[in-house]
Design a protein around this ligand. Structure first.
Ligand SMILES: C[S@@+](CC[C@H](N)C(=O)[O-])C[C@H]1O[C@@H](n2cnc3c(N)ncnc32)[C@H](O)[C@@H]1O
Length: 244
């Protein structure tokens, strides 16, 4: 029997083209098939990071979400239709893997950190050999670009999706020294309000497109309240400062 291909989940880092690991680059270039999720009609950040390293003879699978922000995650349709979409994506990958071709799924940041790659991984890990290559996360790039140490000594860091209800955010903030808000985008007003209620607004920094083109770093308190935030936005609350 012909051996199957290997599924690679490849973290490409936060955007800076120099923050790709040697391993990610080697496996990306060796894979006959490269796949990535993206919003319909958009290039997609993983494709942008990988572009200089791809060859014409590599098959490219564009996995375009049926919707992104148009349907709320609380709508039962969201999970039903996304489930169908991920099944179809896994089937497209399985066809290549069964034919003995390796498939590299390229991901922004780290594949196992809030990445859609995980929905393919879960569906394919028991059928095919799988290898995941970690990537530098977006949050790591953001605190680096903000020139801000995030945790000292025994500081506790809490990572919070900005999609959580405001009361939950406030409650979580009460039990942490440092925080990172992911998925800020259209949730910025709720994140700001939760930080104000927790008495942390003055310490908070906002980073748009950390380490990518168009990067911006500012104190959240100085940002106009009505200014929208792009999809690639992280809010940081550094832990204790000047400990020693
Ligand atoms: C679906 S998660 C993917 C996280 C990614 N796998 C990682 O390791 O960072 C997308 C969210 O990550 C955050 N993000 C990722 N990279 C970023 C960057 N370079 N700058 C700002 N925000 C980023 C944003 O909050 C965005 O809404």
């Amino acid at each position: 029997m012909m051996p199957t291909g290997t599924l690679y989940g490849i973290g490409l880092g936060p955007g800076d083209p120099e923050l790709i690991t040697l391993k990610a680059l080697r496996l990306l270039q060796a894979s006959p098939v490269v796949a990535a999720f993206s919003k319909a009609g958009r290039t997609g950040n993983a494709w942008t990071i990988a572009a200089p390293h791809l060859r014409e003879d590599q098959t490219r699978l564009r996995l375009e979400y049926p919707f992104t922000l148009e349907v709320s995650v609380t709508d039962p349709r969201y999970h039903r239709e996304m489930g169908v979409f991920y099944e179809a994506c896994a089937a497209r990958l399985a066809e290549h893997l069964e034919a003995g071709r390796d498939v590299a799924v390229i991901c922004e940041g780290d594949p196992f950190f809030y990445g859609s790659y995980m929905y393919l991984h879960d569906r394919l890990v028991e059928r095919f050999p799988v290898q995941v290559v970690p990537g530098i996360t977006g949050m790591s790039a953001c605190w680096t670009q903000a020139n801000t140490p995030i945790t000292h000594g025994d500081d506790v860091l809490t990572v919070l999706p900005g999609t959580l209800p405001e009361d939950t955010l406030v409650e979580r903030l009460a039990h942490t020294d440092a925080a990172v808000f992911m998925k800020v985008g259209r949730n910025l007003p709720r994140v700001r309000s939760a930080l104000a209620r927790a008495g942390m607004l003055e310490r908070a920094l906002l980073v748009e497109r950390g380490s990518m083109e168009g990067e911006r770093v500012q104190r959240l308190a100085e940002r106009a309240e009505d200014e929208p935030a792009p999809y690639f936005t992280i809010v940081l609350v550094p832990g204790r400062q000047g400990v020693r």
